[in-house]
Design a protein around this ligand. Sequence first.
Ligand code: HEC
Length: 292
Amino acid sequence: MGILKQALISCVFVAGVAGASDDVYREYDPLETYEPNVAGDRKHSNTYQYWMDPKNLDWQMAGNPDENWKLNWKFMDPPFNPVVHGGHFAEDRGETLYKKLNTRGRFASCLGATKGNLKGLRASYPRYRAELKRVVGLEEAIEICAKRLGHQLENGSYDNSAVSVYIASRSNGMPIRIDVSKGPMKEAWERGRKLFHTRAGRFNLACSSCHTHQVGLHLRGTVVTTPYGDVAHYPVYRTRYQLQSLHLRFAECNLDTRTQPLRPGSGAYTDLEVFLTGLTNGYPVSVPSERD
Ligand code: HEC
């Protein structure tokens, strides 16, 4: 091959690589009626009418897989679900681990608990951690704080999620309340919103392709629900997979749609968590919850 031709080919190749490393074009799947609280759900999902008044809850509906998306599963969670399941054992395990880590109170204060009181902590995560200069979810904070005390509680592991369920249980019934109106939390919310609507993967689907456009429709054995209120019951006990953190649920949806999943605690998953937690503002923390 002539030198000139070879140079030309490598030039084209380099140009191609340079192009790829720029912002890759991805189709945006717009639906911008989201608002970060329950009112957004009322406007957007059209399921509010079914569960706004617990007095009107229709238990036939809850037990019917074709119908229960209307409740978005919200009322299958505590205090409505009295059944003992693996999530309760996880909560016990989490309590044991938590007490071991917190013998001197340093674990709780690292997590941001005031005077060791866990009440309300779950409802205020994800939050901006000034010393880390970024926003972190509760599970990532658990990993970081355990590490500072010389213990490994990897984000996504059973034990990490168990501690998270225990901590969340101390806020049961309290509405999730994060402020996404300013600063780094707003930036994370905006990035998460963009990700939620951006198509990716082999099937070229965005999260919103299903969770916005297909709500109430069947996807194989399941019926897709709205993203509102989801975060309030995580980590969740899955009868198929044991305990699942929110980031592992993202990974499952990514895998299902042939999109490269990311590590729990990655920046993109944390941004998605902030977005979905914004959409959960006002919903009460309800753990331990169960999904099949
Ligand atoms: C091919 C359709 C599809 C896509 C795309 C998809 N999901 Fe899902 N997702 C589902 C189905 C089906 C379920 C199970 C039924 C339900 O809870 O909605 C689910 C469940 C979930 C849940 C758990 C809901 C609960 O109540 O526990 C979360 C959170 C979630 N998805 C987030 C995402 C995010 C974030 C993305 C984008 C990264 C995404 N999903 C992409 C189909 C999809």
